[in-house]
Design a binder for this molecule. Structure first.
Ligand code: BT5
Length: 261
């Protein structure tokens, strides 16, 4: 069980997670966060669930969310343009990777755009959803799914090939409240930089933790597919890929598979 009183006593943030809504079972924390944001919930309000029955990833892909995971969503109200939502995903990935590095000393790596990996396997996925007012953001919900205290066998055989959990790597359970508090604090620190217009600083941290840069990758985006070398991220968070014919392509959304990984 996640103990909210313990979270409140350990939490060192100014506003992220200061208002926290806990559920034992929920369809999706992102869905509930969006409903609460529509009703005026303030920036930093966080929804946490022990189990999600309809956890989702991008393009409505299912996100398996058994008991023992960290399934949470944070409501944000930055004054930014619609296209800045991608930057929030990258900002969040930096916060997650820093959390895992500082708590457990692992070399957690980031894979564009929304995965955090340990030993090349996905331990965390991030889903940023936006409510727009024309071309500007009304609110954003950033959902973080972190495989913490459950065994890999809780996932399907297929997922066991690509995913991992903290328990699997550490061979024991982690202190889940401490993990959530550290994550919320790292997130707030990174988000403050984003709001101060210092995304470039976050990007340089991001690049240092992005193990796939410089490697051969396959990108799929909707019905298209490219193979090339992942060379960089631009100032908006788009991935720059050098195709085999030397052409440089800017990718704003899609999935990356690292070749030979
Ligand atoms: C993501 O999407 O990685 C975003 C996942 C976000 C989940 C959080 S949990 C809290 C909040 N509430 C929600 O409903 N969602 C957010 P994407 O890049 O599209 O990856 C989805 C793919 O990851 C699936 O198609 C599976 O292949 C794989 N997958 C599903 N469950 C997984 C798990 N627990 N661990 C690792 N991989 C998983």
């Amino acid at each position: 069980m996640i103990r909210i009183e313990k979270i409140m006593s350990l939490l060192e943030t100014e506003y992220v997670g200061r208002e926290i809504h806990y559920f034992q079972k929920l369809s999706s924390t992102n869905t509930v966060a969006k409903e609460q944001a529509e009703k005026g919930a303030k920036e930093g309000t966080t929804i946490v669930a022990e189990v999600q029955t309809q956890g989702r990833g991008r393009l409505s892909r299912p996100w398996v969310s058994p008991k023992g995971g960290v399934w949470l969503s944070i409501i944000l109200r930055p004054k930014v343009k619609a296209e800045d939502a991608l930057k929030i995903t990258l900002t969040t990935a930096v916060a997650v990777a820093k959390t895992l590095r500082s708590l457990y000393g692992w070399k957690a790596e980031i894979k564009w755009p929304n995965d955090v990996l340990i030993r090349k396997k996905k331990v965390c996925g991030i889903l940023t959803e936006a409510s727009l007012n024309g071309k500007t953001v009304n609110f954003l919900v950033v959902g973080i799914g972190l495989n913490a205290n459950f065994a890999l066998k809780s996932l399907s055989e297929n997922l066991q090939k690509t995913a991992t959990t903290l328990k699997e790597v550490l061979k024991k359970n982690v202190d889940i409240e401490k993990l959530i508090c550290t994550l919320l604090k790292e997130f707030e620190d990174c988000y403050k930089l984003f709001k101060e217009g210092k995304f470039v600083k976050l990007l340089s941290e991001w690049c240092q933790m992005a193990g796939f840069l410089g490697k051969k990758v396959e990108i799929t985006s909707f019905m298209e597919r490219w193979v090339g070398k992942a060379v960089d991220i631009d100032e908006n968070g788009a991935l720059i890929v050098e195709l085999e014919n030397g052409e440089r392509k800017k990718v704003l959304s899609g999935d990356v598979t690292i070749q030979g990984a």
